[in-house]
Write a protein that binds this ligand. Structure first.
Ligand SMILES: [Zn+2]
Length: 329
């Protein structure tokens, strides 16, 4: 058994950013989508993070190849298998339905495909996946509300949360409040990105305007001691992604990450891959980075159970699994 062969809960992975080059290649061939390279190996090299501009360019040159229910369904199963090989026992996956509207793909197609993937992952792999679609910042409120309504409609098929992603600095959370109200009224959780590229005011907005149940990233809350204390008091779980933060320049390197400050402040957090294919970080790599900064595997698991938005029976099963595991020293 290797040092990191313990059960893990991942709550922040963009499934489009987790696509394997093989799956993307096959989808592109089926859909007649022209990829910029000729082989899956070249595709992997092309997708790997170099700098922010290349990341955006490579994202839009590759992920739009995913267009059909089958593509989305296979994406869920493919990543669930990969995460499971790193010890994952429960996943909450993100997808971005509003990005696909401009390509003429119906949001219903997107929701149907991803939620079929939840069922197939359960049947084929025995792993529970839940979904937390992101509204992309900059879309009109009407589109955001339609996304929230679909999230509610697909609740019984595995959608448990509504997120907010995209350019955080230019698009504060407050205008999207009415969409998150629809989700909340329908029993769907709130999991916006905040405190990654923008500072603590963005986290404050996510808490006050969107009633966040968890915060994706949230690491820049350390810049406001009062806010940090509040997060700790409320036991609000942050979805931390150390290696993504390094790639995107939120911190200069792993050694300068905010994670030790979160531990010292008593803020609970999970560790997550964010966009593992692009950032070359599998779940095991993220855990290794977090352990090097002092994170305790059992505390990560417990924060995962606490932050999970799934039904209480499944949370109870996960809690029992954590209790039964021999965590060691
Ligand atoms: Zn993210």
């Amino acid at each position: 058994m290797s040092a990191d062969d313990y059960p893990k809960i991942e709550l922040h992975v963009h499934l489009e950013g987790a696509v394997s080059p093989e799956l993307l290649f096959a989808a592109a061939a089926r859909n007649g989508f022209a990829l910029p390279v000729q082989t899956p190996q070249e595709l992997l090299e092309f997708m790997r993070f170099r700098d922010f501009d290349h990341f955006i360019r490579s994202w839009f040159a590759t992920t739009p190849a995913l267009q059909t229910e089958r593509d989305y369904r296979e994406l869920v199963v493919d990543y669930a298998r990969r995460a499971q090989s790193h010890g994952a026992v429960y996943l909450e996956g993100i997808f971005s339905p509003t990005d696909k509207v401009s390509s003429g793909i119906a949001m219903e197609t997107v929701f149907a495909g991803f939620t079929d993937g939840v069922q197939q992952a359960r049947e084929e792999l025995g792993i529970e996946v839940r979904l937390t679609p992101d509204i992309t910042r900059s879309v009109d409120l009407d589109v955001a509300k339609a996304t929230a309504e679909l999230a509610v409609r697909y609740k019984d098929r595995g959608v448990v949360g509504l997120g907010l992603g995209g350019p955080e600095a230019q698009w504060p959370p407050e205008p999207y409040g009415p969409a998150f109200e629809i989700a909340r009224a329908g029993g769907i959780g709130s999991v916006p990105h905040a405190g990654e590229v923008a500072g603590s005011e963005s986290v404050r907005g996510a808490l006050d305007a969107l009633h966040a149940d968890r915060i994706r990233h949230g690491v820049r809350a350390v810049e406001d001691p009062g806010l940090l204390r509040e997060l700790a008091d409320r036991r609000l779980v942050l979805d931390v992604c150390v290696l993504s933060n390094v790639c995107l320049g939120v911190v200069p390197d792993v050694a300068h990450h905010q994670l030790p400050q979160l531990i010292a402040a008593g803020v609970p957090f999970t560790v997550n891959t964010d966009d593992p294919t692009f950032f070359a970080c599998e779940l095991g790599d993220e855990h290794a980075a977090a352990r090097s900064l002092g994170a305790d595997p059992r505390a990560l698991f417990d924060a995962g159970v606490a932050g999970a938005l799934c039904e209480p029976e499944l949370k109870q099963r996960l809690r029992a699994l954590g209790d039964a595991y021999a965590w060691g020293g």
